[in-house]
Design a protein around this ligand. Sequence first.
Ligand code: HEM
Ligand code: HEM
Length: 226
Amino acid sequence: MAEVKVWDWPVRGSHWVLAVCVAGSWWSGEQGATAFVWHQVCGYTALVTVVFRLGWGVFGTRTARFSDFLVGPRAVAEHLRALWRRELPPHAGHAPSGGWAALALWLAVLAQAGTGLFANDDIFNAGPFYGWVEDGLSDSLTTWHHFIFDGLLVLVGLHVVAIVFYRLWGGQHLLQAMFTGRRNDLPAAAAIGPERLGWAVAWWLVVAGTLALAVWLAPPAVVLSF
Ligand code: HEM
Ligand code: HEM
């Protein structure tokens, strides 16, 4: 056993940025019109982070890739049986159930931020793409924006409970690795290769630049429906 690197910087960074931005979007969303600028900052950052991470799931380091952690139902069932017996082997990267949970979380945040782009509050504020759709469609996407948020809260709650459960019942120290990127209960061969940070920065700039351009090109949103 040695101390081995299992999560690269982009994975860890995107995780904690996402957690902070979802919390920030929640807080600012509940404040109503006054905190909308913060809602935009957090919501756009969450959106860029998820799209960035989905791309990193294709060309990132080994443990970041979908091909490493989205496994079939048999592997998930085997993993859950081992968890039940409290005989989980340490695992570099997401365990079979964690991989699917991660995908569910990303899709929920994507849907949440995506609907927000078209949402409106009937009076002052609207997402940047409000002007591109009919009022009725914007209203129903706003309803979805509220509805998906409840689902997102449930997923995040389950996610945190699962991390605690894996620690207390399964003896897996997952949290520390999401901060340091390292585990010390795995053989040296489990380590990921070079971090490829240059690629990550380039890809992040593409995603952030595309969203910024789309927001800039969007027609101005005038809501006021007294
Ligand atoms: C992870 C990202 C996001 C989360 C968690 C989130 C969450 C929320 C929440 C909790 C509310 C308040 C709902 C209520 O009134 O109870 C809200 C409202 C709103 N959000 Fe977001 N949001 C996100 C992203 C965005 C984005 C990117 C935009 C676009 C700028 C946006 C636009 C809006 C608008 C216009 C409202 C007002 C809707 C209303 O008053 O009915 N959101 N959001
Ligand atoms: C809004 C809040 C959160 C969201 C949306 C979220 C989402 C996610 C996602 C998508 C992943 C997969 C990461 C990747 O492969 O890039 C993940 C992993 C992880 N998260 Fe969170 N997370 C949140 C909050 C938290 C909190 C508060 C904790 C602390 C208990 C936490 C601990 C972890 C850990 C330890 C992992 C790695 C799990 C593993 O080893 O398989 N997360 N989270």
